[in-house]
Design a protein around this ligand. Structure first.
Ligand code: DX5
Ligand code: ZN
Length: 225
């Protein structure tokens, strides 16, 4: 595992009429990934982005697209999302009956595969799949909307996930998603987070490029890089 922390702005809170400009801004600010929240109105109450938008994002983004699928039956769409340009694809443990098959499928298609845990889903759910994962996404809010408050128990969840991964000899990265801002970044990193998703903290600010730079600087300071 690299010591470097990755910053992944979530475009859920971006100006959808100007996605190209918004992405360029956070890339200038030091974003490592572009986090794309796909919601279907079934697995979560909200509807957001689909395959054609990911394809369009791929044309303008210079950083890898990190596609977070908050949808039922994700297996039906994974191939299309990878073909559209997804570099990382994560699926919710709660949404797939055959997680090993789904993860294997994502990797076979050439993308990085991640498993996502809702706040109420125990870290132990990953015990027997840990060795097959490229990353784990820990939800620190209930998925569906940007701008929600960070759930404090997520710190304990991060530690438990790291311990499950270490127990399996896995160097998979841990991504934290939901309510991340300057006030909790040090805590989540200390608890084991390697990839920091931030929506509102970046695109809710009047200057997303500067907000990315601030988060980037705190992250660098935390790992001494
Ligand atoms: C929530 C999404 C998040 C969200 C994060 O369901 O998965 O990626 O955009 O946004 P903030 O940082 O505003 O909580
Ligand atoms: Zn997300």
């Amino acid at each position: 595992m690299s010591g470097r922390l990755l910053i992944a702005p979530s475009i859920l809170s971006a100006d959808f009429a100007n996605l190209g400009r918004e992405i360029a801004a956070v890339e200038h600010g030091g974003a490592d990934l572009i986090h794309v929240d796909v919601m279907d109105g079934h697995f979560v109450p909200n509807i957001t982005i689909g395959v054609p938008v990911v394809r369009a994002l791929k044309r303008v983004a210079t950083k890898p697209l990190d596609v977070h699928l908050m949808i039922e039956e994700p297996d039906r769409y994974i191939e299309d999302f990878v073909a559209a340009g997804a570099h990382m694809v994560s699926v919710h443990v709660e949404a797939v009956p055959h997680l090993h098959r789904t993860i294997t499928h994502i990797r076979k298609l050439g993308a990085r595969a991640g498993a996502v845990l809702n706040p109420a889903t125990p870290a132990l759910m990953l015990e027997d799949i840990a060795g097959d994962l490229d990353f784990v996404l820990v939800m620190s809010v209930n998925p569906g909307f940007g701008g929600q408050a960070f759930i404090p128990h997520s710190l304990e969840k991060l530690r438990r996930v790291r311990s499950v991964l270490d127990g399996a000899g896995s160097s998979a990265l841990i991504e934290i998603d939901g309510g991340i801002d300057q006030s909790n970044v040090a805590d989540v990193v200390a608890a084991g987070a390697n990839i920091l998703v931030a929506g509102q903290a970046i695109f809710g600010s009047s200057d997303p490029e500067a907000a990315t730079r601030v988060l980037r600087a705190s992250a660098n300071q935390l790992v001494g890089g």
